[in-house]
Ligand binder design. Sequence first.
Ligand code: SF4
Ligand code: SF4
Length: 142
Amino acid sequence: MTHVITSLCLRDSGCVEVCPVDCIVPGVPQGEHPWYYIDPDTCIDCGACVPACPYNAIFPADDVPAAYTAKGGEYISRVGLTGHYEGTNDHGVQVVLETVKQLEAGEVVDLTPDTEANAAFFQSGPGYKANDTDEAKAARGG
Ligand code: SF4
Ligand code: SF4
């Protein structure tokens, strides 16, 4: 079992520090991998990352909602979306996302495709090498 970061992630980065096995990695390049991702082969399912996420983006793999009902105002971040988001992450660093959509109250979204994205990031994407990029270092405050 593993935990999964879904497309509700807005790259706050607060989950990274609390993970005891350092298996959460920022997606880079951001335009192709817009969230942070959990390595399913290393995650020990401790759950420490869940309360660290201000956007409630993290779920145990078995509980990723197929019909997530939006409270209204939260963002979904997926390649192909064209909205704009600006915020500040856990390190006080600016976050700008151009692949988002703000959800309306009652809007229903299937988050289950996001599970595969976590595994694919490590199997066929940048994986842990992303930690060494300038983009990832900047997200940590340099
Ligand atoms: S704390 Fe939440 S929003 Fe921030 S990187 Fe982790 S999953 Fe994404
Ligand atoms: S559940 Fe625990 S081990 Fe898995 S990503 Fe979250 S903090 Fe790390």
